[in-house]
Design a protein around this ligand. Structure first.
Ligand code: HEM
Length: 289
């Protein structure tokens, strides 16, 4: 007589292995930390630079009165500038360390590089055709052409805004080897480039990264560092296929982010977007009034 347990096993339905959602690393903790310093100090620089630029406007005078005057605003501007400069220098050191000391050639050229290549040009035109319904959607690598554009806009912007900012901050020192007009030009360059950076980040960068249909209402990957397999396949199908072909996909597998961390990141992200959009509206109203 068969045992009860045996009968149960014979008649049991085949149990399907639970299909677990897989996650893949996109950004390391270090890269996410640098981005966090970048976006928080940028918000601080914009929130303090704008009242300096539009010091006659109602909201700038109100803000200055609330925080102890324009001197206090400038102090906070310089404090954020120092932190942002530090993050920028750490990033430049990282790039050189990886490219020159670790001989990671891919950082300067190839599918994982931030440097634009012929595929980016083809993707740009392919994307335009797709927008007009005239062709298939391009398949992207690790960084799409607009992500590279955003990166270089910030990179060169940092150099121009940084140099002109320090020239004004340490004017007596720079006046030793720069003509007087160059220091006046520094103010104009800093002011206009700062304004351009604010407009660019709070409109184009926000739309490119968070508000486009693939990511709406927010792309969490720069906070959590990971993305689901579906997201990865959909957004960067060429990178996914390349890693699969090279057998490197498994090495990128990661844990699912804890739900408290996703919630926390969402609050931080939405707060940043809200501050950015408010500053954008203030800039536009002050500029055109
Ligand atoms: C990263 C290094 C930076 C340094 C060292 C720096 C430094 C300064 C200084 C010293 C001033 C006051 C100029 C004056 O005496 O009138 C200033 C003004 C200003 N900054 Fe910056 N800044 C930096 C970054 C930025 C960034 C990233 C932005 C944009 C988000 C920005 C936007 C502005 C604006 C709009 C003004 C007002 C200019 C005007 O009065 O027309 N700054 N900055």
């Amino acid at each position: 007589m068969p045992e009860l347990q045996e009968i149960e096993l014979q008649h049991a339905e085949p149990v399907e292995a639970p299909t677990q959602k897989r996650y893949f690393t996109r950004f390391t903790r270090h890269q996410r930390s640098l981005h966090a310093v970048l976006f928080s100090t940028f918000l601080g620089l914009a929130a303090t630079g704008l009242p300096l630029r539009f010091s006659e406007s109602y909201w700038a005078r109100k803000l200055a009165a609330g925080v102890g005057g324009f001197g206090a605003i400038l102090f906070f501007h310089k404090f954020c500038a120092l932190l942002l400069t530090l993050a920028f220098l750490v990033h430049v050191k990282d790039v050189f360390q990886r490219g020159i000391f670790h001989r990671e050639k891919g950082i300067f050229w190839g599918p994982t590089s931030m440097v634009a290549n012929w595929k980016d040009v083809k993707d740009l035109f392919g994307h335009m055709r797709w927008f007009l319904g005239l062709g298939p959607k391009p398949r992207f690598e690790r960084y799409a052409y607009w992500e590279k554009f955003d990166y270089w806009a910030v990179f060169w912007g940092m150099i121009v805004i940084g140099f002109s900012g320090y020239a004004m901050w340490f004017a007596p020192f720079f006046a030793r080897f720069l003509p007087g007009w160059a220091l006046n030009a520094a103010l104009v360059i800093h002011s206009e480039e700062g304004l351009l950076a604010i407009l660019f980040i709070f409109s184009i960068h926000f739309v490119n990264t968070h508000l486009r249909p693939d990511s709406f209402p927010m792309d969490m990957v720069v906070f959590t560092g990971v993305e689901s397999e579906e997201e990865f396949k959909k957004k960067r199908s060429t990178e996914y296929a390349r890693l699969a072909a090279e057998g490197k996909l498994e090495a990128r597998l990661a844990e699912a982010p804890p739900s408290w961390y996703v919630k926390f990141s969402r609050i931080v992200g939405f707060t940043a977007i809200f501050i950015g959009l408010t500053l954008l509206v203030l800039t536009l109203t002050a500029y055109f009034s």
